[in-house]
Design a protein around this ligand. Structure first.
Ligand code: PLP
Length: 227
């Protein structure tokens, strides 16, 4: 096995251990391989090892990879900040967009989703640590953004995504992910049928899974350092 295949199986084992530790043995956590800054050959190795969902942050870089790997059965997730002039290509080339933080971008993606493609899966990105100048909608504005997105027929609201302020302290990690879990539950109690809680990266995936993550987004632990 090459390094990437080894790393992937180690990360998948970490996910299984975290699920067991959380008493969530029957649950499935989707692993999103975050491949920004990695060459096409790295994605090919991960694909050969069975990985199917890949996350990219930068549109130009992503489009090159999507074209190079067009013959493969890959699910592409856009997870980076979205500028208005990028929405058309994002709507055309991705299956998921996890970094929605305002209705203007959501409406553009909805309007620009090509006819004939299924609805674009979206997550609302939440600025859960309330950090200044960071991406994401504030926790108290999530509900109204979700209501607005619900009316857009070419988008399918799947859930929430967050990148908390980094900390190495496990109970601090859990505390902030717990807030996400509560937001997610509140939305579902209000009638949204969300199935995706996207949280947890290389350094905090155990805490995220303990707090109900259904998708983790892992880059460095699979591919090593970015170029
Ligand atoms: C880069 C990135 C990741 C992966 O981070 P690692 O620390 O390399 O695992 C996950 N989510 C988002 C939104 C990212 O931009």
């Amino acid at each position: 096995m090459n390094d990437i295949a080894n790393n992937l199986s180690a990360v998948n084992a970490d996910i299984q251990h975290a699920l067991t530790a959380a008493g969530r043995d029957k649950d499935i956590v989707t692993l999103l391989a975050v491949s920004k800054g990695q060459p096409v050959t790295a994605l090919e190795k991960a694909y050969a090892a069975g990985q199917r969902a890949f996350g990219e942050n930068y549109l130009q870089e992503a489009l090159l990879k999507i074209a190079a790997l067009a013959d493969k059965n890959i699910e592409w997730h856009f997870i980076g900040p979205i500028q208005t002039n990028k929405t058309k290509k994002i709507a055309a080339h991705f299956q998921w967009v996890q970094s929605i933080e305002d209705i203007v971008i959501a409406e553009r993606l909805n309007d620009q989703r090509p006819a004939g493609l299924p609805a674009l899966n979206i997550c609302l990105q939440v600025n859960i640590s309330n950090e200044k100048n960071k991406s994401g909608v504030t926790p108290d504005a999530v509900f109204s953004l979700a209501e607005q997105c619900r009316t857009l027929p070419n988008l399918k609201l799947r859930g929430l995504m967050a990148i908390p302020a980094p900390t190495k302290i496990f109970h601090e990690q859990r505390k902030i992910f717990h807030k996400m879990q509560l937001l997610f539950k509140n939305l579902n109690q209000a009638g949204f049928q969300l199935d995706t809680l996207s949280m947890g990266m290389s350094e905090d995936l155990v805490a995220a899974i303990a707090e109900g993550a259904t998708m983790v987004r892992i880059g460095t632990k699979i591919f090593g350092l970015r170029q």
